[in-house]
Design a protein around this ligand. Structure first.
Ligand code: GLU
Length: 424
């Protein structure tokens, strides 16, 4: 078992409790109405389904599928679908709430949702995954909708799964509605720039933060944990900006090279090596638990949740953390990082580039008119810079951390939606 998995599993606390802890803190500081707080503490819809799938072995296996809509006050709910063994109701609820806050921070006209299937996609055949994805889409036909609830990829899923899901959904409804899912392959209505968008958002947020801190990007060293869709694009784009990437790692191996790692070579290696870094020769292999605490200026946790904990937060050497993953820092680690004066650009801001370009994909699908990659990237960068500024301003105004500043920014917008739409 990898160190990353051990760290994630040894943290027994409920993820939704972790969301509520931060929500309470931000609500108190900004004086959020109790009514609004009460509404946001409950997801608006939770669906759990059993999915019997005929496996290649000829035996039926039953999978658990989830979709939780946390809020729809600012628009239809939006959020990815995760395929992983640790998917459970609590995790999906927490991730759905984060999507509400993430969409509000990025000022998108969306509420928040998340879905997942408890499965190990790496151990399944393409045929099994297709049957599972289609069965999930069918069972969620009344939940999803282009103006209702719009899924996208998350951990363990990609454009391939989105293509199966949109196809199944459209077969059931009898309409061609590409905007019901985002993160689709470009040839069937996906947006240019969507694949790299989360990593791009991490890079833009890092650039904004470095500027505020008065640091020169070409004098900065960085460690990126996670080398999947988010981590590999973040490392590539940071390196293109002149940042020296000294450490990288995934669930199979971690590497450090103080002279800098050739990221193009690492990406090339992983793409030819079953998408894993084990065996990479461009840097020295180090124990996985050393990666986050090795020397660097900028740390990008872009793998799993709960990897920065009270046990290792005190040993982190970075001055800036930009959270590419959802929930990489536990609430207990927050004060330790704050005491060390480490600036943390929180997940709901740092990784909102993905859902921002999902929004652009949805807009393009609705209009039936498609933008160039340059247009997508420039609109993305602009929106991300504005989101960063609004969080920075709330952080300064309320004299708090950027995490709480981001929650306040989101809550101010969601509060408007809840109050204006009212209750029975
Ligand atoms: N799964 C991604 C996230 O956590 C993207 C969600 C979306 O594009 O709807 O932000």
């Amino acid at each position: 078992m990898s160190t990353l998995t051990v760290m994630a599993e040894s943290h027994p606390e409920s993820m939704f409790e972790a969301v509520l802890a931060r929500l309470d803190k931000a609500a108190k500081l900004m004086n959020l109405s109790d009514d609004v707080l009460r509404v946001l503490k409950h997801p608006s819809k939770e669906v759990k389904v059993s999915l019997p799938i005929m496996m290649d072995s000829g035996k039926i296996q039953v999978f658990e599928g989830y979709r939780t809509v946390h809020s729809t006050h600012l628009g239809p709910s939006k959020g990815g679908i995760r395929y992983a063994m640790d998917v459970n109701a609590d995790e999906v609820m927490a991730l759905a709430a984060w999507m509400s806050f993430k969409c509000a921070v990025a000022n998108l006209p969306f509420g928040g949702a998340k879905g997942g299937i408890k499965c190990d996609p790496r151990s399944m055949s393409v045929g099994e995954l297709e049957r599972l994805s289609r069965a999930y889409a069918k069972s969620m036909k009344d939940v999803f909708g282009v103006n209702k609830d719009i899924p996208a990829p998350d951990m363990g899923t990609s454009g391939r799964e989105m293509a199966w899901i949109v196809d199944e959904f459209n077969k059931i409804t009898g309409e061609d509605s590409p905007g019901v899912i985002t993160g689709k392959p470009v040839s069937i209505g996906g947006s240019l720039g969507r694949d790299a968008a989360t990593g791009r958002g991490v890079m833009v947020n890092a650039m904004c933060a470095l500027k505020k801190m008065g640091l020169q990007k070409n004098e900065v060293t960085a460690i990126v944990q996670g080398f999947g869709n988010v981590g590999s694009h973040a490392a590539r784009l940071l390196s293109a900006e002149g940042v020296k990437i000294v450490g990288i790692g995934d669930h199979t191996a971690s590497f450090y090279n103080e002279k800098g790692i050739d990221i193009a070579a690492a990406i090339d290696f992983a793409s030819k090596n079953n998408r894993i870094l084990k065996g990479f020769k461009g840097a020295t292999e180090i124990p996985s638990d050393q990666l986050l605490i090795s020397k660097c200026d900028l740390l990008v946790p872009a793998a799993l949740q709960n990897v920065i904990t009270e046990d290792n937060a005190g040993k982190i050497q970075a001055k800036l953390i930009v959270e590419g993953a959802n929930g990489p820092t536990t609430p207990e680690a927050d004060p330790i990082l704050n005491d060390k004066k480490i600036i943390v650009v929180p997940d709901i801001l740092a990784n909102s580039g993905g859902v921002t370009v999902s929004y652009f994909e949805w807009v393009q699908n609705k209009a039936g008119y498609y933008w160039t990659e340059e247009e997508v990237n420039s609109k993305h960068d602009h929106k991300m810079q504005i989101a960063f500024e609004s969080v920075w301003n709330a952080t300064t105004q309320f004299k708090t951390s950027m995490r709480i500043g981001a929650y306040i920014t989101a809550l101010q917008r969601i509060e408007q939606g809840v109050m204006l739409k009212g209750a029975y």
